[in-house]
Design a protein around this ligand. Structure first.
Ligand code: GTP
Ligand code: MG
Length: 586
């Protein structure tokens, strides 16, 4: 099968084109460095199956960042039959270096001038046929986001792929490329994105910029909860009805052990976790709007000076924000950072970002133990704790992991995501969630049920059950933090994935929905619950995070640090809180 690779500068629209061509769901965002792994999908061109590869964006074919290494290794190992270089038609002058390097390679090449819609709006006109003749390669002008010009690309792809390459041709020298661009592109003197300029005057204002940014973030969280909470309650109601109306009667005559396993184990665990899906999806939808519009790049710019004091930079800040969704893509996103010191320091702090899986745990506990007025404040304090532990860690380790790389920020214009882009992203997140659900939650919940109900005959989750014995061993360590054996078991499982924590509590307490909330509020005090939440926030992130840190750093020592340090910090923070709170507040 022939192979076609999409290559180009970050944020040029490669993944958008990849999705448009193949119907795939690659992640797209208005931030340089979204794609970090090779993605492939199949595509029919002129009756032949072709493999299309989406690559991370690069500035320089001979660069040395992780992203650039991924691309150069790919080109060496795979030598694709055709390279499609995706260029942003609005700033061709800045992509000349890369275009020149690719022409010099002497491999079959096709140039896509993307963002035709924006170029037109800016008054840029391009003589495509002339440019193609001067450069000696086929050129297509199109808009991957809106779909204009796709037939032309298909025709060109078919033509180029059926030709046998002609290696005798002499590559163009860089001055010739520059001359060709100048001859065939008519750029108005002032090609500015007017809306972007006007918005940036306010959003990047020296005094107003940061307050506006935090205001926007606060609104985002408020919005997620205002819309998400009723939906979540609806889901809970749905599951309770399902249980009482259909499952209970159906299993009425089943043996007690099977009845317990299916209803109090599998169903209770799944239902409890599933009721959080609306909140998670909304959170991702809102975040994807912030990311897609280009506001993230503004956030990086605004926070850069402040982050420098902690040994980090604006990009680290954006990765921390992305970590609020899920730590794993945020960790992979650090590949855009060239300096190893800065990259590792950023990777060390990302796991403190309060990811959506942990959010689930906190929403549950705050709803169970605090009033409706207190709940948002409690959640806010946990976000603060997340930021303080991240920044404190950076301060502590910044001399060990020093940044040697000055940071040049690419400021993309503001773009409005299409409904299709937003929905696609939302769907991806649901799929990711369900994927993890099937992998971790079901298995985890089943395991918890087995541990809490064996050996046969014990009362569920009692001291004599396997789980009780396990909890008993951990007791001396966690007792000074006010964390009881039942919660300890939940924490043990949370080590695998935080999504399991609430599901396993449902199994341990043998109930779900409102009943579970009531049981927990009766058996756990608010100080104990807060101490538990602090511990759950800070302690070692899930297994996927650890595996990603190991993969990205390729260092066992660093990975060990990334596991041990948060554990120690979690213990210290919960200990300090619990001892102080019981002393002064009770
Ligand atoms: N107006 C306009 N925007 C586009 C077009 N193609 C892509 N975009 C936007 O450009 C931004 C970057 O798109 P991506 O497809 O993520 O770019 P990429 O080249 O894959 O970027 P990296 O993965 O970071 O290298 C997104 O906000 C897209 O919505 C287009 O034809 N017109
Ligand atoms: Mg991409």
């Amino acid at each position: 099968m022939k192979q076609v690779a999409l290559l180009g500068m970050p944020n040029a629209g490669k993944s958008t084109l990849f999705n448009r061509l193949t119907g795939a769901h690659a992640r797209v965002g208005n931030w340089p460095g979204i794609t970090v792994e090779l993605l492939t999908a199949k595509l029919l061109i002129g009756g032949d199956m072709v493999q299309l590869v989406d690559l991370p964006g690069i500035y320089d074919l001979h660069g040395y960042s992780e992203d650039e290494k991924v691309v150069t290794t790919f080109l060496q190992d795979q030598s694709p039959d055709l390279i499609v270089v995706v260029l942003n038609a609005c700033q061709l002058d800045r992509q000349m270096l890369l275009l020149g390097q690719l022409i010099e390679l002497g491999r079959p090449l096709l140039a896509v001038l993307n963002m035709a819609d924006e170029a037109r709006a800016l008054g840029i006109s391009i003589d495509v046929a002339g440019l193609s003749a001067s450069l000696g390669i086929p050129v297509c002008l199109l808009s991957a986001k809106h779909g204009q010009g796709m037939e032309d690309l298909h025709t060109q792809l078919r033509k180029t792929l059926s030709q046998t390459p002609d290696p005798t041709q002499d590559p163009l020298a860089p001055p010739d490329i520059e001359a060709a661009l100048q001859r065939h592109i008519d750029m108005p003197l002032q090609a500015n994105h007017r809306l972007t300029e006007r918005l940036d005057k306010v959003l990047l204002h020296p005094w107003l910029g940061l307050p506006i940014f935090f205001g926007v973030m606060l609104l985002l969280f408020e919005g997620v909860f205002a819309i998400g909470k009723p939906l979540q309650d609806g889901m809970s109601w749905l599951f309770t009805t399902l249980r009482e109306g259909a499952l209970e009667p159906a299993l009425a005559h089943a043996p007690p052990l099977l009845h317990g396993f299916l209803l109090d184990g599998v169903f209770a665990g799944l239902a409890t976790v599933a009721s959080f899906v609306p909140l998670i999806v909304l959170f991702f939808l809102f975040m994807s709007i912030v990311e897609d519009t280009g506001y993230l790049s503004r956030a990086a710019f605004l926070m850069d000076a402040l982050m420098a004091r902690f040994g980090l930079d604006g990009r680290s800040f954006v990765m921390l924000l992305m970590g609020f969704g899920c730590n794993v893509p945020a960790l992979m996103g650090t590949r855009v950072i060239r300096s190893r010191g800065l990259r590792w320091l950023t990777m060390l702090v990302i796991p403190f970002s309060l990811c959506s899986a942990r959010l689930q745990v906190f929403v549950f506990f705050t709803a169970a133990l605090f009033s409706a007025e207190q709940a948002p404040l409690v959640l806010f304090s946990l976000y603060m704790a997340s930021i303080v532990t991240a920044m404190g860690t950076a301060l502590l380790f910044r001399r060990r992991y020093v940044n040697h790389d000055p940071f040049v920020l690419e400021m993309p214009p503001f773009r409005f995501p299409t409904a299709r882009q937003i929905l696609l992203r939302g769907w991806q997140e649901v799929r990711h969630f369900l994927d993890r659900a099937t992998r971790f939650i079901v298995l985890g919940v089943v395991l918890v049920w087995v541990l809490t109900n064996l050996p046969p005959g014990v009362a569920t989750g009692s001291e004599d059950s396997l789980a009780g014995i396990l909890g008993g061993w951990m007791e001396p360590v966690l007792r000074p933090l006010g964390i009881d054996p039942k919660l300890t078991i939940a924490l043990l499982f949370g080590f695998v994935a935080k999504e399991i924590v609430i599901g396993s509590l449902a199994v341990i307490y043998g109930s779900d929905g409102d009943q579970l909330v009531q049981l927990v509020s009766q058996q756990v005090g608010w100080i104990e619950a807060y101490s538990f939440m602090l511990f759950a926030l800070i302690y070692t992130p899930c297994l996927s995070t650890i595996a990603t840190i190991r993969n990205e750093s390729r260092s066992a020592a660093f990975t060990t640090l990334a596991v041990v340090w948060p554990l120690a910090l979690a213990w210290l923070a919960s200990y300090a809180f619990y001892q102080t709170a019981t002393h002064f507040l009770r």
